[in-house]
Design a protein around this ligand. Sequence first.
Ligand code: SF4
Length: 305
Amino acid sequence: MNNNRFYSLNDYFKENFHEKIYKVSLDGGFTCPNRDGKVARGGCLFCSESGSGDFAGNKTKPINEQIEEQLELISGKFSQGKVIAYFQNFTNTYGDVEYLRKIFYEALNHPRVMGLAIGTRPDCLPEDVLDLLSEINEKYFLWVELGLQTIDEGVAKIINRGYKLKVYVDSALELKKRNIKVVTHLIIGLPEEGDRGTLEGAKLVNSVGSWGIKIHLLHILKNTPLAIYYKNKPFKVFEMNEYIDYVVDILEVLNPTVVIHRLTGDGKKEDLIEPLWSLNKRAVLNGIHKRLKERETYQGRISNG
Ligand code: SF4
C-alpha cells in the first residue's frame, strides 16, 4: 500500500514489474449479445454507441496498426515502455474462438505488448473461450474484466444488463479456478440503486476473489437509452462530495489486496449530460485522496476478508 491509502494498478505494476506500464485501447470489431438480439436489443441503459469504449482504436484497422496508432498518441509521455493491449469496447469474447485466437495473438506478438486486458460479459465465456484464455494466461500477463455494475437484480433489470447475478459469480469463480485475474466493474449512481448498493457489491467482489475492481461514476450520455430514461424519470445524481465519501466507504470494505483500476468515470465531454462536475477528473481523484486522509482511513480498514 502506498501513501495514497489504496492499492492502485500503478502500485501493482511497480511492485511486480518494477516499471510503469500503460494500456492501449483496441477495438476488435465485436458487437454485444445485449445489442444484436441474442440476449436483448438496445444494450445496457448507459452504454454509448461505441459500446462503452469511447477512446479505443479504429475497428476498421488491423490490430497491429491500431496498436501503432495508440502508441503514437501516448508517445509524448511514454515512448519506450511496455503496454497492455486492452480490448475494451463491446463484448470481446463474443465471437468464434479462432477469430479470438487470431486477434489476441496478433496483439501479443507486438514487441511492446506484455499482456492483455479483455473486457467482456460473464455470459460470454464458453468452455472453448475459457481454454483459450487459460492458454494465454499460462504464457502472458492477462486479466479479464466483467461488467457486473450492480448486485441488485431489480436494478440489473432496469439497466437491461441481461444476465443474473449468479452468472457473474459462476464466471468469476471459473476464471479464478484457472488462475485468470478478474476485474469487476461496479457503477455508482444507477437509478433505483439503494444508498448502500455499491457497497454490498464491493463485498461480493471480495468474496468471489476478484483480483481488481473498476468503480465507475454513472455518466448520463447523449444518445443512450439512459438519456431518455433520465428525461422521462429523473433520478438522483450524486454531488461530487457525496460521491467522494461513497468511494471512500467502498475502499474501506474492499480487501487490501484488491487492485484499484479506476475510481471515477471517463466520458466524452461533448456527450455528457450529467454529472457535469465529473469533467474535472483531477478534482475528483484529489478529493478522494484528501478524504481518505481526513477520515484517517484506508483500503481494507473494515473488509470482510
Ligand atoms: S454488455 Fe457492455 S457492450 Fe453490451 S450493451 Fe452492456 S455495456 Fe454495452
